[in-house]
Write a protein that binds this ligand. Structure first.
Ligand code: T5A
Length: 209
């Protein structure tokens, strides 16, 4: 039986990593095999590209150069980790995927949706997640959480408030335009309530955990 490819999306410090851990525990408690992974990253090559993207001066790359680097990492990750694990029947929980490029480099960075769609089709054809949870949070609240944790990879966090407001709206627009794939979760709630809301969506879509 084929597995499932689930992505978590949202702005900085939205709580994606915390939520992935909770969902994984709930699935594993039912005996399911779960692969937790992230973008950019998830393979040695993609982690090397991550280092180029998340560190250094804020203007190190243009949005177009960023998008190409994110997709180079993504193709390696999909080929080596995501597709084989879905084919093996596992649950793949991925912290960020193509919607992050659509929101960060597209809605906030200024690349048109048509150009990013063309890039996605060239790289991955029509490959998309089975479910995307968009964790929505006030950008300042998310950034404060990330700063409080002493985040080291600060290149994208350092972009201005307008960028982060456009980013939030970009994710909400993606969810609105893809209701069959996406569900929006209020990330401003306590972590336990965010997890309950996410598990409700899982039960609704997959009947588990
Ligand atoms: N990027 C990525 C692009 O521009 N384009 C792309 O295509 C892709 C794939 C790296 C950067 O790359 C950019 C976006 C990013 O800037 P990342 O590593 O996912 O991506 O970066 P972040 O979003 O910054 O990841 P974080 O780990 O900082 O945020 P998370 O995972 O959303 O949040 P999490 O769970 O680590 O929580 C942050 C803090 O808040 C607490 C946690 O304990 C933690 O301290 N917390 C809560 N506190 C209160 N209430 C809750 N409900 C909480 N949930 C978590």
């Amino acid at each position: 039986m084929a597995g499932h490819f689930i992505t978590l999306e949202g702005g900085e410090g939205a709580g994606k990593t915390t939520l992935i851990d909770g969902i994984a525990r709930a699935l594993e408690a039912q005996g399911q095999k779960v692969i937790k992974t992230r973008e950019p990253g998830g393979t040695p090559g993609a982690e090397a590209i991550r280092d180029l993207l998340v560190n250094g001066p804020v203007d190190r790359w243009s949005p177009t150069a960023e998008a190409l680097l994110f997709y180079a990492a993504r193709v390696d990750h999909v080929d080596r980790v995501i597709r084989p694990n879905v084919a093996a029947g596992n649950w793949v929980l991925c912290d960020r995927f193509a919607d992050s490029t659509r929101a960060y480099q597209g809605a906030a960075g200024g690349i048109s949706a048509d150009r990013l769609d063309a890039l996605h089709r060239m790289a991955l054809e029509r490959f998309e997640p089975d479910l995307t949870l968009v964790i929505d949070i006030d950008p300042m609240e998310g950034l404060e959480r990330a700063w409080a944790r002493g985040e080291a990879e600060t290149r994208f966090e350092a972009k201005g408030q307008t960028f982060h407001e456009r980013l939030r709206q970009g994710f909400l627009d993606i969810a609105h335009d893809n209701p069959g794939r996406c569900a929006v979760i209020d990330g401003g709630q306590a972590a336990g309530d965010v997890l309950s809301a996410a598990l409700d969506v899982f039960r609704d879509r997959f009947g588990a955990p």
